[in-house]
Design a binder for this molecule. Structure first.
Ligand code: 9MR
Length: 390
């Protein structure tokens, strides 16, 4: 009853849940006072970030730097709703060193400044990956004209320089991203080939720890959400890192979910990694569904799809809430227009994967998450962690 009242967006409906008054439509909420220059944007008591604060759970978002600062509504939502931000692209190697030997930190620095101003923590994404490499290094992540010794020196310099540049400003670093394939085999990337194995991963974590001892260091990947060859391989590998005293603090579960597949045994997987003494996080959550062909790529083909999406969002959040070591829950952006999904999954078309629609209005999925957070006051409180942090 409550859900349906919220889902159909009764503009005047307000509900008291978990001690917080939830407003059914963001536009019906009293407008917060405008933020002055240099002042943080005030955020409402029923925002996702305010509700997450009560259990110590950071609610994050990936940020598109083409919109932040130029699109007023986008900027306001980023500040009001989220207590953590991840650079969707601007901290990737391709963007920070497009020309060999010349760094461009401008967009990433802008995001860090925005986060500081708005009292948000930053997830650094990502230091070592085979994708989105500058073309001077590799155009496909698997082949290169550079020698193994050059690659080794380049990766060391990249990790050290980037972590030092942001020293003190990053809460969690995705040190290594997507090193395993879906069969649980190591991807034979340029890094794997240069080291003759996975040794580059231990080296990268050690360099990152030296460069910023206070940042939490994460391994991040997709399809770790369910028990299978990939999550088993990463689980075993992480144990070998720990046995070698490699400074790994956490594992990121990207959480790119789709209604066409069954909901994964996510809580079990978060818990088994947490039981290794690690932090865990949901780092790139979206829930895609089948949609109409272009130009209506964010219109579900089935009117029932949003119900499945609401359920998946809710279960993904609750899996994190149930595991005290799960310190952040980060959707991969918040407006369907900016999602990577419609451009990537085209045959058949999928989309409508985020909490806000193409007009930046909250969808029913948003209200479900908001309601779950309001009710989560009894969930175990988590500590953000990291050396020097509670
Ligand atoms: O959302 C990102 C998109 O804008 C980029 O074009 C794409 C390039 O590979 O990367 C997307 O983000 C990815 C993230 O960095 C790592 N996990 C998968 C994400 C979706 O592809």
């Amino acid at each position: 009853m409550l859900r349906s009242a919220l889902s159909i967006g009764l503009v005047s409906a307000t509900v008291l849940l978990g001690g917080v008054t939830l407003t059914a439509s963001a536009s019906a909420a009293p407008a917060p006072p405008a933020a002055g220059p240099g002042k943080p944007t005030p955020y409402p008591a029923d925002s996702l970030r305010a509700l997450g604060d009560r259990v110590g759970l950071r609610i994050g978002t990936a940020v598109n730097m083409d919109e932040l600062g130029t699109n007023a509504e986008y900027t306001k939502i980023t500040a009001e709703q989220f207590s953590s931000v991840t650079a969707e692209n601007v901290m990737k190697w391709q963007l920070v060193e497009p020309t060999r030997g010349t760094y461009d930190w401008a967009a990433a620095d802008e995001l860090v400044a925005f986060a500081k101003k708005n009292k948000q923590l930053v997830r650094g994404h990502t230091l070592v990956w085979h994708s989105q490499l500058p073309t001077w290094l590799s155009s496909d992540g698997y082949t290169t004209t550079l020698s193994n010794s050059e690659l080794k020196a380049l990766l060391k310099k990249h990790v050290q320089d980037q972590v030092k540049h942001f020293k003190g400003d990053i809460w969690q670093w995705d040190v290594v991203n997507e090193a395993f394939d879906d069969e649980g085999k190591p991807r034979e990337t340029v890094w794997y080939k240069a080291w003759g194995g996975l040794g580059y991963i231990a080296d990268a974590f050690r360099w990152a720890r030296e460069a910023d001892p206070k940042a939490l260091l994460f391994y991040n990947d997709y399809n770790l959400e369910f028990t299978g060859p990939k999550s088993n391989a990463v689980y075993d590998f992480v144990k070998t890192l720990q046995a070698q005293r490699v400074p790994i603090d956490g594992v990121g579960f990207q959480g790119h979910l789709a209604t066409q597949y069954g909901f994964p045994d996510l809580q079990n997987n978060l818990q088994r990694f947490a039981d290794l003494g690690l932090k865990v996080a949901e780092t790139e959550v979206d829930v895609r569904t089948f949609t109409e062909p272009a130009p209506n790529v964010n219109t579900p083909t089935s009117p029932l799809a949003p119900y499945a999406q609401e359920s998946y969002w809710s279960r993904a959040l609750k899996a994190c809430l149930a595991v005290p070591e799960c310190i952040s829950f980060t959707p991969w952006g918040f407006g369907d227009t900016y999602s990577w999904i419609p451009g990537w999954f085209t045959n058949p078309q999928e989309g409508a994967a985020l909490l806000y629609d193409a007009d930046l209005k909250p969808k029913s999925q948003y209200y479900v998450i908001q309601q779950d957070l309001a009710l989560a006051a009894g969930a175990p409180r988590r500590a953000p962690g990291g050396p020097g942090r509670p």
